[in-house]
Ligand binder design. Sequence first.
Ligand SMILES: Cc1cc2nc3c(=O)[nH]c(=O)nc-3n(C[C@H](O)[C@H](O)[C@H](O)COP(=O)(O)OP(=O)(O)OC[C@H]3O[C@@H](n4cnc5c(N)ncnc54)[C@H](O)[C@@H]3O)c2cc1C
Ligand code: FES
Length: 260
Amino acid sequence: MKQEIMTITSQQQLAPRIFQMTLTGELVNEMEKPGQFLHIKVPREDMLLRRPISINQIDKQAKTCTIIYRTEGDGTKVFAELTEGDTLDVMGPLGNGFDVDCLSAGQKAFVIGGGIGIPPMYELSKQLIERQIEVFHFLGYASKEVVYFENEFIALGDTRFATDDGSFGVEGNVGNLLLDALTKEQPDAVYACGANGMLKMVAQVFSDNSNVFLSLEQRMACGMGACYACVCHVPDDETGTKSVKVCDEGPIFRASEVVL
Ligand SMILES: Cc1cc2nc3c(=O)[nH]c(=O)nc-3n(C[C@H](O)[C@H](O)[C@H](O)COP(=O)(O)OP(=O)(O)OC[C@H]3O[C@@H](n4cnc5c(N)ncnc54)[C@H](O)[C@@H]3O)c2cc1C
Ligand code: FES
């Protein structure tokens, strides 16, 4: 993990409140694993806490990385006002990243993303495909209006969509897509990032698969394992005191390792 002032090389809006930003700097040399995140300082003196944002793409040759974020509060709104040439104080890469070594060439992976949990699944899918893993994408959004990055996933391989209101892909959540796919394909590993409800559903549907990897989202402060702001409970903990720190022990855990 290092810290650097990175330069924005592009920023564009993909959908309402959703932005894609590309950054350049030496820090890109440290970025290897999909699912890791950057801890980014908001360039405003009154905002001390960094904002965790997942790495969406790594391009070592161009020395760039891309993030995709949705404006939620003041911090992400400040990010959205930045333009090409502006700089950001970035710490990273942080977190453990997705385990891609558990699979070998020819095996199958289900890659599942919901809403603003979709961005890190793109770099994951690229790296799985490089390892000759057969990848199936299942992407869920609230509605057609907020669908983004759909063509990028289609370009990588088999991609199925669901929206809550049925305005794009099938109606409902990605669970419907998964049950349909399971009648034809059995994945050797399952990777998911999205809202807690979606992660719980994924853990349930694939309860007999030991390779289910879930990327958790917890509010964070230090991002480096020092403050315990981001803890998540573990199973078989009668005292209720055992926990894992999502920032440095995660954000990715096997489904059997955490209580959602
Ligand atoms: C590992 C990880 C990866 C993430 N990746 C992405 C991503 O790729 N794209 C994206 O849009 N969002 C992502 N998030 C969520 C993102 O960090 C929050 O939306 C963002 O911090 C909100 O900041 P804000 O100032 O706009 O909102 P505010 O609500 O004003 O933030 C107030 C404080 O709470 C923290 N906070 C608020 N919401 C969250 C949250 N959901 N998770 C963690 N901290 C939060 C902020 O960091 C800040 O310190 C990720 C979160 C985690 C933990
Ligand atoms: S955010 Fe401080 S320990 Fe995780």
